[in-house]
Design a binder for this molecule. Sequence first.
Ligand code: HPA
Ligand code: ZN
Length: 334
Amino acid sequence: MNEFVRQLPKVELHLHIEGSLEPELMFELAHRNHIEIPFNSPEEVKQAYQFSNLQSFLDIYYQGANVLVHEQDFFDLTWAYLMRCREDNVVHTEIFFDPQTHTERGIAFETVVNGITRALDKANHELNISSQLIMCFLRHLDEASAFQTLQQAIPFKDKIIAVGLDSSEQGHPPEKFARVFEKAIEEGFLTVAHAGEEGSAQNIWDAIELLKTSRIDHGVRCSDDPHLVETLAQQQVPLTVCPLSNIKLKVFETMEQHNIAELLRAGLCVTINSDDPAYFGGYMNDNFNAVANAHQLSKKELAQFSINAINASFIAPQAKEDLISSVWQYTESH
Ligand code: HPA
Ligand code: ZN
């Protein structure tokens, strides 16, 4: 089965680029930029990655991002992730970035966007990996800061397809950002949001209804509300599920207890993604394999995750059809 996963064409829809910062690169950038980090070696960093919930991860994750200063740093970070995409046969990726994590430290918005998009463009030309960029608002910060960030993004509309919402879900429900998202939609951005990761099923309803999201990031808590599960299936609202992340952050105790296979079999448009692979112990293929092994998934079911991700992506219609054909062709011949 691992061999089938390895070459299956895959699309990633839930990846925080700051969460792909491997400890080795963190050390290199800390040295290059003369930034102190509270670790003596990459091994020590890895040892520190023991999380009890979302917040315990976010605290260490924002600290790690401090080593990113220059445009070249954002390029190197993104390029390293794209090399992993090539290894895992990820043919299209839609990545998140958190501008406020950087602008709050005095890094210019354009430094971040230019570094990331330079790597994305290079991968498009040289590796044939297509991509889109999604800007997330940090939900623990206030509405005014989100509005200011949206304003900064307007000159970069051609490079940013959508806005999203991440960081601490508890205490920061979708309604806090309803007006910002309304303005973002007016400006022509698509919308997505993290909801129902640690927060309630109600957050999923509210993301759909108040923020008009094209898809829900995580969304696994939908199982608490059977009517919501039915609606998600009926309307084919995509969920970008991140299996290894959910185990590391204790959303589920074990992969066997994860509800992703149940949701797939109930006909929901669920997808597999890596979230913050440098922190959660695995990129796309690791996530696919962990789910496949815990839930005895067939090749057809594994291929369905790829088909769902293609359908849920912001890829143009004709290119979607071509990709769907390539996935079925691969599945039939392997
Ligand atoms: N949830 C919320 N915020 C995040 C995550 C996540 O899984 N990863 C990075 N920021
Ligand atoms: Zn996430």
